[in-house]
Design a protein around this ligand. Structure first.
Ligand SMILES: Nc1ncnc2c1ncn2[C@@H]1O[C@H](COP(=O)(O)OP(=O)(O)OP(=O)(O)O)[C@@H](O)[C@H]1O
Ligand SMILES: [Mg+2]
Length: 456
């Protein structure tokens, strides 16, 4: 890239070029309109200047000849006196001379001279009084033209006639029409841009809605052809995604459901094992299997998203979660703390959100022995909720892996804290379905901090 090109690119970036498609299109259209109008105005102005000059020259030609006619009728001696009595009009200077003060090279170009001469013939002069010679000098845009008439007897009459400056804009109808035209074109551009870019915004909003909720209402399939086609394509895609999610959920539920019968049968049969120790281990394994199947079924239910979204108070919801955790584990009740914003209205699925937060709080209690929940005030369109504990924390390389279904850290694989490893993936699923997310981190003071973000 050459130096100047880089310079241009830099300059281009400094210009506050709008980022939205609508604003860009509108700006381009308005710039184009301004350009076209400027060109139109220039052509109009040049045209009018030409016309006005021509009219002025015509006028000057007749006036000059009129003055000449009245002067030539007097005798040579009376001419200076006659000149004094004459009214040549504002700004005009009339004088007598013995010789022409003009060089032939200074003659006015043919076209303008033609106009002046042609108009002189409109003023009748007796043949013997006709000028023996006429010379012209000057251009209309110089501000004045000089005309010299050679008297048939002797001497010259020199007239210096002012040409008033042209006023190309001096037409109220033109100005009004021009303003009306500009306003109408700008208004139409604005309207067209709104119409054109509207569907893009609608499509973006629909895609975002679909990301949160596969059951979101379909787009209306009307409007201009291209828009309708895009809406149809989008709706087809949405319904395929919906069917895919439904199929997966159905499969998951079917497997979970069908596994239950053989597990129950196995449990019954295990009762017949004579070796006590072996039987107990067998039954414990089967219980674990059962719990996993139950959790799998719940996981399937959560993704099905049957619950409608409502306006709920996030502060109250979090306090309820903590209260219930305290009821379940009275020994940890006093280490369950809530702080931050008391009430915050959020639009979401109440039961699902409660399950998600319960999973986080129960992890904090189960692995960390405490839970410190904080609801921060909204910032940048997002709201932050943190759940902290004072436990051993999670090895840094497993902070993401714990969100994999059925993934559990080896140490916690004991009977006492036994879970299925679905708590975190379920929670993440739910938060993501609300347009948010959850991540885990280790606190400097020790223990885990689960950070939930939700759109405020
Ligand atoms: N606050 C925490 N402190 C330490 N380890 C944690 C914490 N939260 C989660 N973990 C680790 O992450 C693993 C996965 O957590 P997750 O909640 O998904 O499953 P779980 O608690 O084992 O089972 P479930 O929640 O389904 O009953 C846990 O087994 C545990 O090892
Ligand atoms: Mg858990």
């Amino acid at each position: 890239m050459s130096g100047t090109e880089a310079g241009w690119r830099k300059a281009w970036r400094i210009i506050p070029w709008p980022t939205s498609l609508g604003a860009r299109t509108l700006l381009t259209l308005l710039l184009g309109l301004a350009l076209v109008q400027a060109a139109g105005l220039t052509i109009h102005a040049l045209d009018r200047i030409g016309l006005q000059h021509e009219a002025e020259l015509r006028n000057i030609g007749m006036r000059a000849m009129g003055i000449y006619r009245s002067v030539v009728a007097t005798s040579v001696a009376e001419r200076p006196a006659a000149l004094k009595e004459l009214d040549p009009g504002p700004g005009a200077i009339v004088s007598l001379a013995d010789a022409p003060p003009l060089e032939p090279t200074e003659l006015t170009p043919q076209g303008l001279a033609g106009i002046i001469r042609a108009n002189m013939t409109l003023v009748p002069v007796r043949p013997i009084n006709r000028p023996r010679d006429i010379i012209l000098r000057g251009q209309p845009w110089d501000g004045s033209v000089t005309i010299g008439y050679r008297f048939p007897d002797t001497g010259w009459l020199i007239l210096n006639m002012p040409v008033p400056p042209p006023r190309p804009w001096h037409s109220p109808t033109f100005l009004l029409a021009f303003v009306l035209m500009t306003v109408a074109a700008a208004g139409l551009s604005f309207w067209a841009v709104r119409r054109l870019t509207g569907p893009v915004a609608t499509l973006a909003a629909a895609a975002e809605r679909l990301g949160r909720d596969v059951n979101a209402a379909p787009l209306p399939e009307d409007g201009p052809d291209e828009v309708a086609r895009a809406a149809v394509a989008f709706n087809t895609m949405a319904s395929r995604i919906r069917r895919f999610v439904q199929d997966r959920t159905f499969l998951l539920s079917a497997i979970g459901h069908d596994l239950r019968t053989p597990i129950t049968r196995l449990k019954l049969r295990a009762e017949f094992i004579d070796d006590d120790e072996l039987r107990d281990k067998f039954l414990a394994d089967l219980d674990e299997l059962d719990a996993m199947v139950a959790a799998t079924l719940a996981f399937g239910r959560d993704t099905a998203d049957a619950e409608p979204a409502v306006a709920l108070d996030l502060g109250s919801l979090l306090r309820t979660v903590l209260d219930e955790a305290g009821d379940a584990r009275p020994e940890a009740a006093e280490r369950l703390v809530f702080e931050g914003v008391e009430h915050f209205t959020f639009h979401g699925r109440s039961l699902a959100l409660k399950r998600a937060f319960t999973n986080l709080v129960s992890n904090a209690v189960k692995y960390g022995g405490s839970a410190h929940v904080r609801l921060a005030p909204p910032a940048d369109g997002m709201i932050n909720i943190t759940v902290e504990d004072d436990g051993p924390g999670v090895p840094p390389d497993q902070l993401e892996r714990v969100f994999d279904p059925f993934y559990r850290i080896e140490d916690s694989r004991n009977r006492e804290t036994g879970g299925t490893g679905l708590g975190l993936p379920i929670a993440r699923n739910i938060f993501r379905a609300h347009g948010g997310d959850v991540t885990l981190g280790n606190r400097a003071e020790g223990g885990v901090r689960a950070t939930v973000t939700l759109p405020a």
